[in-house]
Ligand binder design. Structure first.
Ligand code: ZN
Length: 437
């Protein structure tokens, strides 16, 4: 969820294109000579031009230097009585306020895991402000409310830390019976966590640490992570976008084992990959990409027609090996530990049930995933192109967003560009072939 909805569209549009140069025009290079100062013309030196920060830049700078996390807890006299809401976990709140080491270590660990050890908060502390009266629910679009909260916490903030506001009040979406809104954030603004984020804190897939990581992602300029289901999958056209459905990303809303980490393109956007880890707009050739924990390039970034594509080698628990689908012979076929899915199809008037297996289902399965930034929806997302399971789609409509793991699969093709996965080495790396036409 985003903290300031109205501001989001304009700022996020910039966010999604900042890599390609959404920065304001910088003066200097094309000033005609006629205006150049000469020795005869006494001049006062022009003030140095300081460009405004790119969206999320301030937060990214904090992540880059392993800044401490400062959780600022705002107690609220709550007049809002909502019976259907789960009360926040009082014991978790107590542990936070006591600066309980185990609780804070868990938050630090979740940041480290989510960023493949690229952001390690040097310290996590919790401070408590005076009590605040907030009678209404927390509303992402209510500027007045946020201004009041910002003013209330001002003297508790530390500009050298990642400040995260934990406001002990419910989010309006939760009150309305909608999503269990854990928090709000927008570029460079302190994330606001709601009372709802304090429920189920120990469930790593939906608890407080994950919510804090997700909102920090927004604060550092990352959009939501969704899926793109396209009729023309190779050209990525005629696509249906589900803005928060990417099951492999922390920036999606899906709580799965694979959804607690940032994807490699997100690590790039968060400024957590160095130059050698991104292959930017490459010429024709073959390139190797590895996952976030290995040494080597992580992302192939290729502008293509109307969108910029990101190819990465990511873990995906249910990476189906397309060669491992077969009609079942006995119930025992259902019991194999690496079974991913099954389906039934009519062949020659006879119903045949198929089962498909993962590559190894060890939790380390990888696939090549293709993502791009979609700005067609109200809230821009980074979306992964879902792949029809070719083995399965003969008899089922299921899509998977786990990408491709079979060598010699075409990943993208238009009039000027072709991108193919030509090989893989277990779950270690993939080889991608780029062909400019
Ligand atoms: Zn969000």
């Amino acid at each position: 969820m985003n903290r300031k909805g109205e501001a989001l569209l304009a700022s996020a549009l910039c966010t999604t294109t900042f890599i390609a140069g959404c920065s304001p025009e910088k003066p200097g290079s094309d000033i005609p000579d006629i205006f150049a100062p000469t020795s005869e013309t006494p001049t006062t030196p022009a003030p140095e031009y300081v460009p405004p920060p790119e969206p999320g830049e301030l937060t990214r700078a904090l992540l880059a230097k392993d800044a401490p996390v400062r959780l600022i807890f705002v107690p609220v006299i709550r007049q809002l009585k909502v019976n259907q809401l789960e009360a926040e976990d009082k014991s978790y709140t107590k542990k936070l306020l006591a600066n309980d080491k185990k609780t804070l270590d868990q938050i630090a660990d979740s940041f480290e895991d989510a960023t493949a050890n690229r952001y390690k908060p040097s310290r996590i502390t919790v401070v408590k402000t005076g009590t605040m009266a907030i009678n209404a629910c927390l509303n992402s679009a209510d500027w007045k409310q946020h201004t009041a909260i910002d003013a209330h916490v001002a003297k508790y903030r530390d500009d050298t830390a990642l400040n995260v506001l934990v406001v002990d009040q419910y989010g309006c979406e939760s009150v309305a019976g909608g999503s269990r809104t854990g928090g709000y954030a927008d570029d460079d603004l302190d994330p606001i966590m709601t009372a709802t984020s304090l429920t189920a804190p120990d469930e790593l897939d939906s608890g407080f640490p994950r919510s804090v990581n997700h909102e920090t992602g927004h604060s550092a300029g990352a959009d939501h992570a969704g899926t793109s289901d396209c009729t023309d999958i190779l050209k990525i056209q005629h696509c249906k976008i589900s803005p928060t459905f990417d099951t492999n990303s922390l920036m999606g809303y899906q709580s799965t084992v694979d959804s607690n980490d940032f994807t490699n393109p997100e690590l790039f956007k968060l400024g957590l990959l160095d130059k050698t880890e991104i292959i930017d707009n490459p010429q024709s050739g073959t390139y190797e990409i590895v996952d976030a924990h290995a040494k080597g390039a992580k992302v192939l970034r290729i502008p293509a027609q109307d969108k910029t594509l990101y190819f990465s080698w990511e873990k995906s628990e249910d990476a189906v090996d397309d060669t491992l689908c077969k009609p079942i012979k006995s119930d025992k076929d259902y019991e194999l530990p690496n079974l991913v899915s099954s389906g039934t199809r009519e062949i020659n008037g006879k119903e045949v049930t198929f089962v498909c297996y993962a590559v190894n289902k060890t939790g380390t399965d990888h696939s090549v995933q293709v993502r791009y930034d979609d700005v067609s929806t109200e809230f821009p997302s980074s979306v992964v192109v879902t792949r029809p399971d070719r083995a399965l789609d003969k008899f089922e409509d299921e899509l998977r967003d786990t990408g491709e793991n079979k060598p010699n699969t075409l990943l993208y093709r238009d009039e000027q560009l072709e991108v193919k996965m030509v090989g893989r080495q277990g779950n270690t790396k993939a080889t991608i072939q780029v062909t400019r036409k």
